[in-house]
Design a binder for this molecule. Structure first.
Ligand code: FAD
Length: 251
């Protein structure tokens, strides 16, 4: 879809795509903005639309990254359908997911694809107790509070192997874990753009302008709803707002 959009825009002769990393951005005296990229090239424009996404921060767990999105899934609406009917699945209640409500919700998401779920709390006793109370009487949801040393994949069955400081390892068809998300505030802070409560860029619908006139933001960097369709929708509305502002500036 991106390719098709780019092709159409390029055909108008009105758009140029430059694949470079922005280093600095500032509002210069005549109301224009100047961007300096990593090759120290300067770019000047009348409006800015920030859409630089968000970054995942992974837990410090050996083996995790090799399995992320392959057997460790951040969201069961996006992953796991192929593994439906699995005998067992697990959830890592660690880092950002060491949270009663969130861990419980995602465990139930996983339960739709596995007959049995185990929640691993990695030594967190308080969380272990809260989750035990939450699922009291639910025989298909288990808890394990042992400290995890590393995770891997069984070469024969492709199952996830969870290794602990003590006791036998466990095997699961898949694990659920959602890494923390961070949004870089470097470019917005250079423009004195206000951050949102959730740590992104604060924008006002429907056109997603920021508190600095002429600067818009769209997608993951400006929304807690981190999906492709939302990013596309925000981007197209921001582009409408931005082009209307260009017209109003002129007349
Ligand atoms: C593992 C995973 C699976 C997902 N699966 C789905 C799914 O199935 N369905 C769905 O709808 N969504 C899914 N998402 C979410 C989706 O990928 C995002 O919501 C979407 O890509 C956001 O688009 P964006 O343009 O805001 O940011 P991005 O797609 O992240 O694009 C931002 C771009 O800006 C660039 N950039 C960053 N800093 C700078 C800089 N200083 N200068 C220049 N460029 C910069 C980045 O390199 C990147 O190319 C998934 C996300 C992850 C992590």
């Amino acid at each position: 879809m991106r390719e098709a959009c780019r092709k159409e825009l390029l055909a108008t002769g009105l758009a140029t795509f430059v694949n470079t990393r922005v280093k600095t951005i500032e509002k210069i005296s005549d109301g224009q903005f100047e961007v300096v990229d990593h090759a120290d090239k300067h770019w000047v424009g009348k409006k800015v639309l920030l859409s630089y996404g968000a970054r995942e921060v992974f837990p410090d767990l050996p083996g995790y990254l090799d399995l992320y999105t392959r057997r460790i899934f951040p969201c069961m609406f996006q992953f796991g359908y192929e593994l439906r009917g699995s005998p067992s699945g697990g959830l890592l209640a660690i880092d950002g997911l060491a949270n009663l409500q969130h861990a419980a919700l995602l465990t139930l998401d996983g339960h739709r694809f596995a007959d049995k779920m185990t929640i691993y709390t990695n030594g967190d006793q308080i969380l272990f107790e809260s989750l035990r109370n939450r699922f009291l009487g639910t025989t298909s949801i288990h808890l394990d509070d042992r400290k995890i040393t590393h995770v891997g994949q069984d070469t024969e069955t492709s199952q996830v192997v969870i290794n602990f400081e003590v006791g036998a390892k466990c095997l699961e068809s898949f694990l659920i874990h959602r890494p923390k998300i961070t949004i870089d505030q470097n470019l917005p802070s250079q423009l004195k753009i206000k951050p949102s409560e959730s740590g992104g860029i604060q924008v006002a619908p429907p056109f997603y302008g920021t508190n600095v006139r002429g600067v818009y933001a769209a997608g993951d960097c400006a929304s807690p709803m981190k999906t492709i369709t939302n990013a596309m929708t925000m981007g197209s509305y921001a582009a409408c707002g931005l082009s209307r502002e260009l017209q109003t500036d002129k007349y």
